[in-house]
Design a binder for this molecule. Structure first.
Ligand SMILES: Cc1ncc(COP(=O)(O)O)c(C=O)c1O
Length: 353
């Protein structure tokens, strides 16, 4: 397969002269900065925050790169992965002409973000065992399909997609394959990051919102070839990652061991929760999970959802989602929260019998 990135870029983006911020035009050190209309006196917080942040976040990208063994040039940071998804759609999909392909049940923002941008969404649903249906995918892809979104481990099903299936798509699709690895740190499967060099059409999304425990900072990572990153840098808002987020993320990266300990705890809790849920009579299925949540099939999901809500425990009702009929999606909590959840489901179950 001959991959041609130029063919994928929207014509108006190809010809766009990007905004040049003050910090783009002058990058060195100087004594006096009077070029960006900042408040020269300072701020009510600390001196630092009166200055615009580094638009390309080099220090942070280098630190992330050192941990993940990936050059900073292969990286774009977004205001959450959700911003990365939106940037991909706006760079590569012509509204009212191009389309994307998603594999439901999957993360809802691919579709919503596409619709916001007036981009058609085609679907190739997962098989009943929540794996890719390669025949369905092949059938639905057409000349205007620019992006295929794959999510592994997948939300809301929790499982990883078969590696070989992902490779088949990477080897045969002439558009970009966006592989969302938001939950990769909880997975038994390896990340595709080491494979980036082999696939010019691969885009990987990861996030600080899950394993890193920093959902409030809004920091998503996109890994791809420097050529793809250059297109996205052209259209991203100049200062999309604020100074506070850049500083706090750098601090968090000093605590890799603490994060790994949290991951081990959450994975152990996930496995214990799976075993214990299976013992409750109204639970008919607990799907194997590579993420920090479980998809659980129960008798009368809506009633259990309401019961838990009354007890102050909120889970996600996924029972109206394709292939998830009768299912609740439950995030793994602290050991105490998980014990409380189990007690409540048990008492609901025994009330019924
Ligand atoms: C698969 C997947 N991708 C991305 C996100 C969003 O990540 P972020 O918080 O970085 O926008 C989520 C959040 O639930 C998710 O489940």
């Amino acid at each position: 397969m001959e991959f041609d990135l130029n063919r994928l870029i929207r014509p108006n983006i190809k010809s766009l002269t990007p905004y040049a911020s003050a910090r783009d035009e002058f990058k060195g050190t100087a004594r006096v900065f009077l070029d960006a209309n900042e408040n020269s006196l300072g701020s009510p917080l600390t001196k630092w925050y009166n200055r615009y942040p580094d638009p390309l976040q080099w220090e942070l990208k280098k630190r992330i790169g050192a941990i993940k063994n990936i050059p900073a040039e292969n990286m774009l940071l977004g205001n959450g992965s959700d911003e990365c998804i939106d940037l991909l759609l706006r760079a590569f999909c012509e509204p009212a002409l191009d389309n994307i392909v998603i594999c439901p049940p999957t993360y809802g923002m691919y579709e919503v973000s596409a619709h916001i941008n007036n981009i058609a969404v085609k679907t190739a649903p997962l098989t009943p065992s929540y794996q890719l249906d390669l025949d369905a995918l092949q059938e639905v892809v057409d000349a205007n399909t620019k992006l295929i979104f794959l999510c592994s481990p997948n939300n809301p099903t929790g499982n990883s997609l078969n590696r070989q299936d992902i490779e088949v798509i990477l080897n045969n699709f002439e558009g970009l394959v966006v592989l969302d690895e938001a939950y990769i740190n909880f997975s038994r499967q390896r990340s595709f990051v080491p494979e980036l060099q082999d696939y010019p059409n691969l885009v990987i999304l990861q996030t600080f919102s899950k394993a890193w425990g920093l959902a409030a900072l809004r920091l998503g990572m996109l890994f791809a070839s420097p050529e793809i990153i250059a297109v996205l840098n052209k259209i991203k808002p100049p200062y999309n990652i604020n100074q506070a987020t850049q500083e706090l993320a750098l601090k968090a990266l000093d605590h890799l061991e603490d994060v790994n300990a949290m991951i081990r705890t959450l994975v152990a809790e996930r496995e214990a929760l799976t075993t214990q849920l299976f013992q409750i009579p109204i639970v008919t299925q607990v799907y194997p999970s590579d993420a920090n949540f479980l998809l659980v099939k129960v008798e009368n999901a809506v009633a259990l959802y309401e019961y838990l809500k009354k007890k102050g425990i909120i889970v996600r009702n996924r029972s109206n989602v394709i292939l998830c009929e009768g299912c609740l999606r439950i995030t793994v909590g602290t050991p105490e929260q998980n014990a409380e959840l189990l007690e409540s489901i048990k008492s609901y179950s025994s009330d019924l019998s």
